[in-house]
Design a protein around this ligand. Structure first.
Ligand code: FVH
Length: 302
């Protein structure tokens, strides 16, 4: 069955009727962007009061999820978890049949693939998405959303409406890929965020304000990222980990200074202890002359 075959999914002067299910911080930002871009927008939320401000901006509030679903060929869903999504959509499978669901809820590749299988079994076109933005960034430059799903043509059909939310990045026909890219990007971000938290704790241990230190830290992270990420990727993909820059044996010894200094400065060492363990393991397994690309291999399960 072609996508959106039994209802009005059409393009009205470039504007597409869209439904948004879930009006938390992110769902509200998404719906606002659609309204501002002129797309006829129907909204539904479990807690009905959240539809009020959007209705005032021009959205059509729906009393039930089913009413919202039947209002548009493109149904965007953004709830807390994919279990919530499954719980909401499963009873509405018949109403969803022939429509396109774009699920922007954060989840795992396995969850996305299972939802895609469920959707396919019920005649629903399923596109999974990963939002690389916070709500305040929606519809601003720099924000983008990753998409994947078996029906790339359906994605292309709806791309103009989705582009109102953020730049669109299609990553492939495996429905799990958007979540894979999303979580991989967030993995890098959370590692960096925790490092920043530890760095601020360290500088504050001597009474230096974080804001005074922030420009140095920013420049340092940017410079290191530009070096580390491309060279690490190249080393991994070519399986050539030897380095003449900064090897693991040196880093293992240097690392001991961190946990020692944290203790001396009255800080906890919990965050860095597992990192020290990993470096110890790398060197004990004979990888002391390698660079950090080796660590990705050590993070794979034996
Ligand atoms: N906010 C952010 O910065 C991040 C950016 C990247 C993407 N994430 C993901 O987006 C999903 C939603 O996040 P959110 O920030 O909108 O979250 P909340 O403000 O907490 O809103 C949650 C909405 O989900 C509804 N909901 C929860 N459980 C159910 C359910 N079982 N049935 C129906 N709706 C449900 C909730 O409804 P209510 O509590 O207002 O009645 C909210 O509408 C999330 O995956 C992030 O990881 C956001």
């Amino acid at each position: 069955m072609p996508s959106d075959s039994n209802h009005d999914s059409g393009n009205h002067d470039g504007k597409t009727p869209v439904t948004v299910l879930g009006l938390g911080l992110m769902g509200t930002a998404l719906a606002t962007a659609l309204i501002e871009a002129g797309h006829p927008t129907t909204v539904w939320n479990r807690t009905k009061s959240k539809t009020g401000p959007l209705a005032a901006q021009g959205a059509t509030p729906a009393d039930t999820a089913r009413d919202a679903i039947t209002a548009a060929g493109l149904v965007i869903v953004c709830l807390t978890t994919n279990d919530d999504v499954r719980g909401l959509l499963a009873p509405e499978a018949d109403a969803l049949a022939g429509r396109t669901v774009v699920n922007l809820t954060n989840g795992t590749p396995r969850q996305a693939r299972e939802l895609a299988d469920w959707a396919a079994a019920h005649g629903v076109t399923y596109i999974d998405g990963g939002i690389m933005a916070v709500p305040q960034m929606i519809a601003t430059p720099g924000a983008y959303i990753l998409y994947s799903g078996t029906d790339e043509a359906a994605f292309e059909t709806h791309r103009p409406a989705l582009a109102a939310l953020a730049d669109t990045k299609w990553v492939g026909k495996d429905p799990g890929l958007a979540a894979l890219y999303d979580l991989s990007l967030l993995t890098g971000m959370y590692g960096m965020s925790m490092g920043v938290a530890q760095a601020f704790a360290m500088i504050r241990s001597e009474g230096i304000p974080a804001r005074e230190f922030a420009p140095l830290l920013t420049d340092w992270i940017v410079a290191m990222t530009h070096g580390l990420v491309p060279s690490g990727a190249e080393a991994l993909d070519s399986d050539q980990h030897l380095t003449d820059v900064s090897n693991l044996a040196m880093n293992r010894e240097a690392f001991r200074n961190f946990t020692t200094a944290f203790t001396e400065q009255g800080l906890r060492t919990d965050l860095f202890e597992p990192l020290q363990d990993l470096l110890d393991r790398a060197v004990e397994q004979g990888h002391g002359a390698d660079g950090f690309s080796r660590m990705s291999l050590l993070l794979e399960k034996d």
